[in-house]
Design a protein around this ligand. Structure first.
Ligand SMILES: Nc1ncnc2c1ncn2[C@@H]1O[C@H](COP(=O)(O)OP(=O)(O)O)[C@@H](O)[C@H]1O
Ligand SMILES: [Mg+2]
Length: 408
C-alpha cells in the first residue's frame, strides 16, 4: 500500500477495511441516484475511482455499468459544465460503438460529426465540437444533452454519471460576479433540470447520477431555499476511521516502507488519527518516512509529530488556505475564534455562541461558519458527547493549537 497524500487512491492503495463503501455505492447506484456525503479528504473521490477501476478491470461481458466521471472543480460557467457533460456523453456512445446514434439523437446536422467520431475518435473532433457549440446557451444545451441522456436507456448496461466537486462548481458560478438572485436562478435551473432527468422514464431508467464534493451540497441548496431539488437522492456517508482501521492503515503503510515502530509509538499514532480521515494517517507516515529512519520508539515518534506540526506541514496547510480563500474576512475571523475555543475543550455550539459570539454576529452566520468548518473537515458534532462540537481529529487540533498559540 503506497503512501499517498492528496490524490484519490485505488486498488492496492485503497484501505481494505473501506472496500465495503465501494460495494455500498455500487448497490445503491443500481437503482438510485446518490449523494456521497463526507468532509474534505475523507475519501469520497476514492470510493468512486475505485468503483471505476473495478469495473474497468472486468472483462467486457462482466461489466455491470458504463461510467461517466466529470471532475468539475475548475468549471466556472454553466456552459462549460454542459460542454464537458456533452463531450463525455458523446465519448460514451463512441466507446460503446454506437457513434451512429449521436446523429439520430441530435438531428441530421450532427451526422457528419458522429461519423467522424466513429472513424477518428473523440480527441480529433474536439476543436470541431467546440466550434459547433460555441454559441450555445443553457436552453440549447439542454436540447442537445437531454436526448443523449434518454438514449442511455437503449444501451445494454446501466450508466452511472458522476459529478465530482459539483457543489464547488456551483460556488464558482457565484464568484463569477452574479447577483444573489441570478445565482439562485442559475442553480435552480441546473439542479431542476438534473432532477427532471432523474424523474423521466422512471420505471425503465438505465442511468443514475452520483454527486459529491467538498462543499456541502445540501446546505448550499437549503440556503437558496431549493433543497427539494435533491430530496430524491440516496445518501452514502464515508465515515471516520475506527481505531481498528487506523491500526490496519498504520501497519500496512509501515510494512510497505519497512518502518518499525515500538507498540507505544504505534498506539500514539493511532490515537492521533482514529476518528478522522485516512488522510491523517497518510501524512503522519509521510512525516516518519521523511526522516529516512526505519525504526522508531515512542519518543522518536512524538518528536517527528511535533516537528511536523511546528514546521507548517504542507499537507495540513491546505486546510488553512481554503479558509483564506473561501471565507469572507469576518467569517474567517469567526472561524478562527471558534477553532481556538475548541482547542481548549469540546463545547456545544449554542453555549459557545451565547458565551462568546452573540454580541458579534447573528446565530445564522455563526451556524453557517460552523457548518462550513464541519464540511471543510475541521470539526464534527460528537454524537457520543452530547453533540458537542470538537475537532475531527486530535492531529488537526494539535496542529491548529500549535499554529495559533504556539503549543498544544
Ligand atoms: N480508502 C482509502 N485508503 C487509503 N487512503 C485514503 C482512502 N480514502 C482516502 N484516503 C486518503 O485521503 C486522501 C484524499 O482522498 P480523496 O478520495 O481525494 O478524498 P475526498 O474526495 O473526500 O476529498 C487520499 O490522498 C489518501 O491520502
Ligand atoms: Mg474529492
Amino acid at each position: 500500500m503506497e503512501n499517498i497524500t492528496g490524490k484519490a487512491v485505488t486498488h492496492h492503495n485503497y484501505l481494505k477495511t473501506r472496500l465495503h463503501l465501494v460495494n455500498e455505492l455500487k448497490a445503491l447506484a443500481k437503482n438510485h441516484s446518490v449523494i456521497i456525503e463526507a468532509p474534505r479528504r475523507f475519501g469520497k473521490t476514492s470510493v468512486i475511482k475505485e468503483l471505476i477501476r473495478q469495473e474497468n478491470a472486468k472483462p467486457e461481458e462482466g461489466k455491470e455499468f458504463n461510467m461517466i466521471f466529470l471532475e468539475l472543480e475548475g468549471e466556472e460557467t454553466i456552459e462549460h459544465f454542459c460542454f464537458k457533460f456533452f463531450r463525455e456523453l458523446l465519448s460514451l456512445y463512441h466507446v460503446r460503438r454506437h457513434a451512429e446514434r449521436i446523429g439520430q439523437f441530435l438531428g441530421g446536422a450532427w451526422n457528419a460529426v458522429s461519423s467522424r467520431i466513429g472513424k477518428v475518435g473523440m480527441l480529433e473532433v474536439d476543436i470541431e465540437l467546440r466550434e459547433k457549440t460555441r454559441q450555445f446557451n443553457f436552453a440549447e444545451w439542454k436540447e442537445k444533452i437531454s436526448p443523449l441522456i434518454a438514449g442511455l436507456n437503449s444501451l445494454e448496461k446501466s450508466t452511472i454519471i458522476v459529478f465530482d466537486e459539483f457543489p464547488d462548481m456551483l460556488a464558482n458560478f457565484k464568484n463569477k460576479g452574479l447577483s444573489q438572485e441570478e445565482y439562485k436562478t442559475m442553480v435552480d435551473l441546473l439542479t431542476g433540470w438534473l432532477r427532471t432527468l432523474r424523474q423521466s422514464s422512471d420505471s425503465h431508467r438505465k442511468y443514475q447520477f452520483v454527486f459529491c464534493g467538498s462543499v456541502n451540497l445540501r446546505k448550499t441548496l437549503e440556503r437558496l431555499g431549493i433543497s427539494k431539488r435533491i430530496n430524491d437522492l440516496e445518501s452514502l456517508s464515508v465515515p471516520p476511521l475506527t481505531v481498528d482501521e487506523a491500526r490496519v492503515l498504520v501497519e500496512a503503510l509501515c510494512g510497505e516502507y519497512h518502518i518499525g515502530i515500538e507498540p507505544d509509538g504505534t498506539g500514539f499514532l493511532i490515537e492521533k488519527i482514529a476518528d478522522g480521515s485516512p488522510y491523517y494517517g497518510q501524512i503522519l507516515i509521510k512525516a516518519l518516512r521523511d526522516t529516512r529512519k526505519h525504526s522508531f520508539n515512542d519518543s522518536a515518534v512524538r518528536v517527528v509529530y511535533e516537528a511536523m506540526l511546528r514546521n507548517g506541514n504542507h499537507d495540513l496547510n491546505h486546510f488553512h488556505s481554503r479558509l483564506e480563500e473561501y471565507l469572507t474576512p469576518f467569517e474567517r475571523e469567526t472561524a478562527s475564534n471558534i477553532l481556538l475555543h475548541l482547542c481548549r475543550d469540546a463545547c456545544h455550539e449554542q453555549q459557545m455562541y451565547q458565551a462568546f459570539f452573540h454580541e458579534r454576529c447573528s446565530y445564522e452566520i455563526f451556524q453557517d461558519v460552523v457548518d462550513r468548518l464541519i464540511f471543510e473537515g475541521y470539526l464534527t458534532r460528537d454524537l457520543a458527547d452530547k453533540n458537542n462540537l470538537r475537532f475531527v481529529s486530535p492531529l488537526l487540533k494539535d496542529w491548529w493549537a500549535c499554529k495559533k498559540t504556539g503549543g498544544f
